[in-house]
Design a protein around this ligand. Structure first.
Ligand SMILES: Nc1ncnc2c1ncn2[C@@H]1O[C@H](COP(=O)(O)OP(=O)(O)OP(=O)(O)O)[C@@H](O)[C@H]1O
Length: 293
């Protein structure tokens, strides 16, 4: 698929948001768009997905089925999640297998609402998961995702990366706008910055530090067992086996890991496990950038 000389202007008197974009999307490696707020990433994604038209230029070879999740996923629907997934699968011409796959992916991403929950009652993150699940299981030849990691919790983010790696490896074209550290670390990602209405290649970011993942158990109030956590830490509480017991999973920077662990032990928590892992998946070798000036 190719974007040729794509230009976009919202209204005759406004300046051009996209000033002649040429971009090839090929199987085997996602394209990740970076760029400041208002630089035109969402505009470019909408045009690539076929959800908006260009003012000039054209999109050639767009696959018939596109899985698109916009930056603001429109979940203002009364229909329940299960009905929505069936409806979207039917629109995409996908069979019941797609609904089953989407439901499985939702379970993997710890979707915490039910199939009967009306879409408009979903939290931002859960609505995002529904959008992603349908886009990634509808048999799309092109997947276009606008800031897909931004609403996700820490557990679901690597799952999304792994799923995108898998669909890209299977030949699906992938175009993503992302300002987190996840997108640039997708396997074979081409990273492009949208700037001044044009695209320019961007270097992969340097590797990020390791984090320490600590799993604790205890009784009573889990907050009293860990006290205040260092900035940037993530925590997730799940019920334990007993009536007042809990299990707690912490991700803290490795520099802080020992201090957090020592404080938790001093406060009576039981340590179930401690391990280190990269805070993001290491950057793979990158293919050549295809953007043309
Ligand atoms: N429907 C619209 N009507 C008029 N102007 C628009 C419309 N959509 C976007 N714009 C303008 O186009 C420019 C690019 O917006 P766009 O949403 O594509 O940027 P972005 O890079 O995705 O931004 P962000 O990172 O904040 O999401 C902005 O100046 C925005 O105000």
């Amino acid at each position: 698929m190719r974007l040729e000389g794509v230009r976009k202007r919202y209204g005759r008197r406004s300046s051009e948001v996209l000033a002649g974009i040429d971009l090839d999307l090929e199987p085997g490696g996602p394209v990740v768009l970076r760029g400041g707020n208002g630089s035109g990433k969402s505009t470019l994604l909408r045009i690539a997905a076929g959800a908006a038209s260009a003012s000039a230029g054209r999109v050639v070879g767009r696959p018939r089925v596109v899985g698109y999740v916009p930056d603001r996923f429109p979940a203002q629907l009364r229909m329940p999640v299960g009905v929505y997934l069936r409806h979207l699968a039917a629109i995409h011409g996908a069979g019941p297998g797609a609904v089953r796959d989407a439901t499985e992916l939702l379970a993997e991403m710890s979707f915490s609402a039910g199939a009967g929950t009306p879409m408009l009652q979903l939290s931002k993150g859960n609505a995002q998961k529904v959008g992603l699940a349908q886009a990634l299981t509808c048999g799309a030849g092109l997947v276009v995702l606008d800031e897909p990691w931004s609403g996700l919790d820490a557990e679901s983010s690597p799952l999304l990366s792994a799923r995108l790696d898998a669909v890209a490896a299977a030949g699906t074209l992938v175009l993503v706008a992302d300002h987190t550290a996840h997108g640039p670390r997708l396997t074979g990602a081409t990273i492009l910055r949208v700037d001044g209405g044009t695209l320019r290649p961007e270097k992969a970011p340097p590797p990020v530090d390791e984090v320490t993942v600590i799993e604790l158990a205890g009784d009573g109030d889990p907050r009293s067992a860990v006290g205040s956590l260092p900035p940037g830490s993530e925590s997730r509480v799940v019920p334990g086996p007993g009536p007042a017991s809990w299990r707690l999973r912490l991700r803290v920077s490795s520099a802080e890991g020992d201090a957090v662990l020592a404080a938790a032990i001093a406060r009576g928590a039981t340590v179930l496990s401690v391990r280190r892992e990269p805070s993001v998946v290491p950057a793979p070798p990158r293919r050549r950038v295809e953007a043309r000036p």
